[in-house]
Write a protein that binds this ligand. Structure first.
Ligand code: SAM
Ligand code: NAG
Ligand code: NAG
Length: 245
């Protein structure tokens, strides 16, 4: 099996040689940083349609996590264009964080469309080191489709636990590695992982994020593996759920 993976990797490498060279000399990242927000903005509606039911149900009891003041303070990490805003309850105070400042324009557009929320700011920082966010300052942290581009997911989860108040909730949706190592899905994820990462800003299609969540020792963890039939077949295996601090 591993020899076959290697042969296929080699074929893909040769077929995509120009991309590999741009990646190697570091040009690709500066291009994708600018282009990715446009790409994501175009993808958001169709992904949200596929996920409408799941997202609605996942975020349905968010209001239960309001603090003693009945206010709901939320931090969305890797917020991108703000694809989840429409699912948040009215009056929710939303703080945004992303490593890529080029999302600002798209974020502002989505904030204007979702005026049922109160926006508290956009912080450009990495989710695994968000020191400007105070300890225990958030009731809710939301993170969708971020772990794939974070080399150190445990460090990110540690930061999430730090900024959540005790009893606060972390909602997540992530695409992950196939759990069945003997499947074709797993085979092609292995073959394509490197090239995928070169094109999509270091995104890994082989993350076992569910293990990191289990190891993070939240007081409660609810996690399901689901299959989301996107056009980008290799990211179809997903996990969805929430963890309470
Ligand atoms: C696939 S997009 C998902 C965006 C959005 N959460 C959604 O569901 O549509 C991944 C996002 O994570 C951001 N990102 C990547 N690495 C990051 C990091 N280390 N810290 C914070 N954000 C990061 C990217 O800039 C991008 O906006
Ligand atoms: C959210 O509501 C569902 C269904 O009403 C319930 O099963 C689940 O435990 C609730 N989750 C939280 C975090 O309260
Ligand atoms: C998958 O690709 C990413 C991005 O290039 C890389 O960081 C990661 O180590 C790869 N994962 C595996 C398991 O090969």
């Amino acid at each position: 099996m591993s020899a076959l993976v290697f042969i296929f990797q080699l074929i893909v490498f040769i077929l995509t040689l120009p991309i590999q060279i741009l990646h190697y000399i570091g040009v690709l990242k500066s291009i994708t940083n600018v282009l990715f927000p446009y790409f994501l903005d175009r993808m958001t509606d169709s992904y949200n349609k596929l996920m409408e039911k799941e997202k609605k149900s996942l975020f349905s009891n968010m209001s239960d996590f309001a603090g003693p003041s009945k206010e709901l303070r939320l931090l969305e990490i890797g917020c991108g264009t703000g694809a989840n805003f429409k699912f948040y309850p009215s009056g929710c105070k939303v703080n945004c964080l992303d490593i890529n400042p080029n999302f600002q324009k798209f974020l502002s557009k989505n904030q204007a469309l979702n005026d049922h929320l109160k926006y508290e700011g956009f912080l450009v920082a990495s989710a695994d080191n968000m020191t400007p966010v105070a300890d225990a300052s958030m009731d809710v942290v939301v993170c969708t489709l971020l772990a794939c581009s974070l080399p150190n997911t445990p460090a990110m989860l540690k930061e999430v636990k730090r900024v959540l108040r005790p009893g606060g909730v972390y909602y997540f949706i992530e695409h992950v590695a196939s759990t069945d190592e003997s499947s074709w899905m797993s085979f092609f994820q292995k073959v394509m992982n490197h090239t995928w990462g070169a094109v999509f800003a270091g995104c890994s299609i082989r993350k076992t994020t569910w293990k990191d969540l289990e190891d993070a020792k939240f007081s409660e963890l609810s996690l399901r593996h689901i299959y989301v039939p996107t056009k980008f077949i290799l990211v179809n295996p997903h996990i969805i759920g929430y963890a309470v601090k």
